[in-house]
Structure formats: C-alpha cells, structure tokens
Design a protein around this ligand. Structure first.
Ligand code: FE2
Length: 192
C-alpha cells in the first residue's frame, strides 16, 4: 500500500491572517505532497515498500529517511495548529510545563527563542522523554522519534513555512504561531 498525503485538518484559508491560504496551498499541496510522491518512488521495489511510515523512519537513512520523516513532521505540524488557537494551555499540561520550565510563560518564552534562533532549516519541538519535558530543535528532516523522545508540539522553521507571509521575519511567524495558532488540545492529548 502506497504512502498517502493525510488530509489537512482544516481548509487552506483557516489559519488566516496568520498563515495565508497561499502559504498553506504551497506548503501542504506542493511540499508535503512532494515528500509523499518522492517516498513512494524511492521505496518501490525495496525492503521499505509496505512498511508503516514509523517503521521506515526508524530503520532508514538518507533520502528515504528524509522524505519519510518530512511526511510525518508536516502531518504533525498541521495537527498542532487550529483557527483561534494559541494563548496558554490549562490543566495537566500547564502543570507539566510549570514543573519542567518554572511556568507556562517561561516555556513560551524559551520555545519562541529557540525557534527564532534555530539555524537554517529545521523544526523546534516540545518533547517528552524519561527525563521529562524539554524543548529541542532538529535540523532538516530529523525528528524526536529518532532520539527516543515523544513529540508533543512542533513548529516548522524551514523558510517555506513563512517566507511568502513574513519574508525574512521568522520571529513574527513564531510569535503568530504561539499567540494565535497552537492547538493546545492536541498537545495535551500527546502528553497522555
Ligand atoms: Fe515544511
């Protein structure tokens, strides 16, 4: 069974004005879709054909890993946003963030600073591991699954995620993501 592009959880214009319909159309309809097509082309006739996406990610490297991980990363990124999201979480998630970072506010500040400072293309994450909650940044397609961590939230800091809307102003995109878009219900569900 071929890998498929998962449906976007909302219409392409749902995150406006913070992320434009044009950005979502290209990011989902071109970039995310291309990773799916590339992976299907790359695994045809190999040991990876027919494996789950997670199995491919944990057992591959090179081009196959890059495309498989980027499919997973983008699907996770879309789910981590919603129209009317952002602000601050409540309940057990807020308690867990306070335990790990001192306060929810301190978490938001640190996450924003990491995402703004990440060098080049990559992803900034909130992750859970045996050591508790942490913020981490991965380069290119790399992801927490490859490092024994569970992803709770991510922001795509590749330029294709924000350049049409914010040009070089990545900090404005990061602030909009945290203030208006984060789907805290999704993050709380990942915390378990
Ligand atoms: Fe992306």
């Amino acid at each position: 069974m071929a890998f498929e592009l998962p449906p976007l959880p909302y219409p392409t214009d749902a995150l406006m004005p913070h992320i434009s319909e044009t950005t979502i159309s290209f990011h989902y309809g071109k970039h995310h879709a291309a990773y799916v097509k590339n992976l299907n082309d790359l695994v045809a006739g190999t040991e990876f054909a027919g494996k789950s996406l997670e199995d491919v990610i944990t057992s591959s490297d090179g081009k196959i890993f890059n495309n498989a991980a980027q499919i997973w990363n983008h699907t996770f990124y879309w789910k981590g946003m919603k129209p009317g999201g952002g602000g601050a979480p409540t309940g057990p998630l807020a308690e867990a963030l306070t335990t790990a970072f001192g306060s929810v506010d301190e978490f938001l500040k640190t996450f924003a600073a990491e995402a703004k400072a990440a060098f080049g293309s990559g992803w900034t994450w909130l992750v859970k591991s045996d050591a508790g909650l942490a913020i981490t940044t991965t380069a290119n397609a790399d992801l927490p699954m490859k490092h024994g961590q569970t992803a709770l939230l991510t922001i795509d800091v590749w330029e294709h995620a924000y350049y049409l809307d914010y040009q070089n102003l990545r900090p404005s995109y990061v602030d909009a993501f945290l203030e208006h878009l984060v789907n805290w219900d999704f993050v709380a569900a990942n915390l378990g």
